[in-house]
Write a protein that binds this ligand. Structure first.
Ligand code: AMP
Length: 279
């Protein structure tokens, strides 16, 4: 496994044999089984696998957790070696954003709701850094988790709009045994907060069950999910959404592909989760 710190090193490895297919898994490190499941899927679908580890400063707002974001490069590299990764790209901030950097990629409409409403500068950072990673690695396929549902929709739109020459593949959310979606940010939770964290997936599952049992009012589904989350004293709701799974518009009437999603604070830690329901 080659560990590259510069764009030039990545290019050298990538173009040694131009005919090979490459899968790319962009990450911010502090890897868990969710990330490794993406690597496994990339390995199955491609001859070579590249993973990037970069805590991208431009997708964090000034009051967010950039400085405390958990990092464990040595452990991450060991996990990636074991998973059969071929190339890890670990750039310094200055390699990605050299002095004088002044370009941004933005997706306008489907970045406004949900995560974009709570974190207005977030997706601009994501779309710009992912475009750079795509251009640096030039993967055949790129792998993202359903855990970040809106991110997958935004990036698919970007790939389509900019005619990016790759296939974007969305992988299912990996969960702990109690249903909590794996996340690097789970490391921030106290024992008591961690005990209450399963409520996100419980609420989403209850919403899904209500829809499958015939509930037609989106507001009734939202209320049901809110009620469950509010039952946990340490949980503070940021949003609970029942939206069209493509446009992300909030629904009144349940129909088509529905994205149930929520963001919940436990102290300063913000957890997100979602489930898709197709009728
Ligand atoms: P992150 O390091 O949090 O930026 O995540 C890197 C990639 O891993 C993103 O595409 C995430 O959606 C994906 N990911 C994060 N957590 C999970 C999970 N629990 N299951 C599947 N994919 C995940």
């Amino acid at each position: 496994m080659i560990v590259a710190h510069t764009v030039a090193e990545v290019r050298n490895v990538r173009w040694e044999d131009p005919l090979l297919s490459w899968g790319l898994v962009p990450t911010m490190g502090f890897l868990h089984e969710g990330h490794i499941s993406l690597v496994n899927q990339a390995r199955e679908g491609n001859e070579r696998v590249a993973v990037s580890i970069f805590v991208n400063p431009t997708q964090f707002a000034v009051d967010e957790d950039l400085s405390t974001y958990p990092r464990s490069l040595k452990r991450d590299l060991a996990l990636l070696e074991e998973a059969g990764c071929d190339l890890v790209f670990v750039p310094a901030d200055g390699e990605m954003y050299p002095d004088g950097f002044q370009t941004a990629v933005s997706v306008t409409d489907i970045t406004q709701q949900l995560e974009g409403a709570s974190r207005p500068t977030h997706f601009g950072g994501v779309t710009t850094v992912v475009t750079k990673l795509f251009n640096i690695v030039q993967p055949t396929r790129a792998y993202f988790g359903q855990k970040d549902a809106q991110q997958t929709i935004v990036l698919k739109q970007m790939v389509r709009d900019l005619n990016l020459n790759l296939e974007l593949i969305v992988c299912p959310t990996k969960r702990d045994a109690d249903g909590v979606a794996m996340s690097s940010r789970n490391a921030y939770l106290t024992a008591e907060q961690r005990q209450q964290a399963p409520v996100l997936y419980k609420a989403l599952s209850a919403g899904k069950a209500a829809i499958q049992a015939g509930e037609q009012s989106a507001e009734a589904v939202r209320q049901r999910m809110r009620g469950l989350i509010e039952g946990q004293p340490l949980a503070k709701i940021d949003y609970v959404s029942v939206a069209n799974g493509r446009s992300l518009e909030e629904l009144e009437l349940i129909e088509g592909e529905v994205l149930l999603s929520t963001a919940v604070f436990f102290g300063n830690t913000r957890l997100i989760d979602n489930v898709l329901v197709s009728l």
